[in-house]
Design a protein around this ligand. Structure first.
Ligand SMILES: [Fe+2]
Length: 245
């Protein structure tokens, strides 16, 4: 059973979701504390990071994290709300549903819905170095069986991330045929019906230049090398368990 990111929260009021920790993930589609502008319209808000902007220093500098979260991610949220403002029917659909049928929606919904989903997930997939745990026994066995070893998996994943032309993402997903590594352009993701490889995301890395340029400039491979130090395997394990149950 897939889990659903709790990505729809109140636009107003103290009850707005303030963190994107594992507790922000629900076993069922979230019951959003939504500000209703029509029958069941959903208003999206920017979730707080589950750690400080400088928590990932050594892999990602604080200024990059602050700009990435408070400017880039916030922009996707604002633009998604604007894209849905005049369509009550679409605005009432869970984001995962919009993404699953994204080929029938506007480019604005595709780019900004994807952007909000991807970044909300991405923040939870990182943790301060030393706090992210390790792959579970079950996940590690699956990785070993699929890719040969954890190191071989990382090499393959980094290859997908470095070879993604321009802006985009690299992913580890669960599919009907097992674990797969894939990449997507722009803010596309494997939940979208337009994705070449569709599946449930377990791990994702943002390879837009805004994710690494201040510290690494054009050296995407160097960013990816240190990024593994802040992967939150505890969250990846939880996503794997949910996807396999
Ligand atoms: Fe990004």
């Amino acid at each position: 059973m897939y889990r659903t990111l709790a990505i729809a929260t109140a636009a107003l009021g103290a009850a707005a979701c303030t963190t994107v920790t594992s507790t922000a993930l629900a076993s069922e589609p979230a019951a959003p504390v939504a500000t209703e502008t029509s029958a069941a319209a959903i208003t999206y808000t920017l979730p707080d990071l589950p750690y400080a902007y400088d928590a990932l220093v050594g892999s990602i500098d604080a200024q990059t994290m602050e700009i990435h979260h408070s400017k880039h991610h916030a922009g996707y949220v604002n633009n998604l709300n604007a894209a849905l403002a005049d369509d009550a029917a679409l605005a009432s659909q869970p984001l995962e549903d919009l993404l699953a049928n994204v080929s029938t929606h506007s480019t604005a919904i595709r780019n900004n819905g994807g952007g909000h989903y991807n970044h909300t997930l991405f923040w939870t997939l990182m943790a301060p170095a030393g706090e992210g745990g390790a792959p579970s026994t079950e996940l590690l066995a699956d990785i070993d069986a699929t890719f040969g070893s954890l190191d071989a998996f990382k090499t393959e994943f980094n290859k997908a991330a470095t070879s993604q032309f321009g802006s985009g993402w690299a992913w580890l997903v669960v599919t009907d045929d097992g674990l797969k590594i894939t990449s997507t352009p722009n803010q596309d993701n494997p939940l979208m019906d337009v994705a070449a490889v569709q599946g449930e995301p377990l791990l994702a890395v943002d390879v837009w230049e805004h994710a690494y340029y201040l510290s690494y400039q054009n050296r995407r491979a160097d960013y990816l090398k240190t990024w593994w130090n802040v992967v939150n395997w505890n969250e990846v394990n939880s996503l794997y368990e949910a996807a396999k149950s």
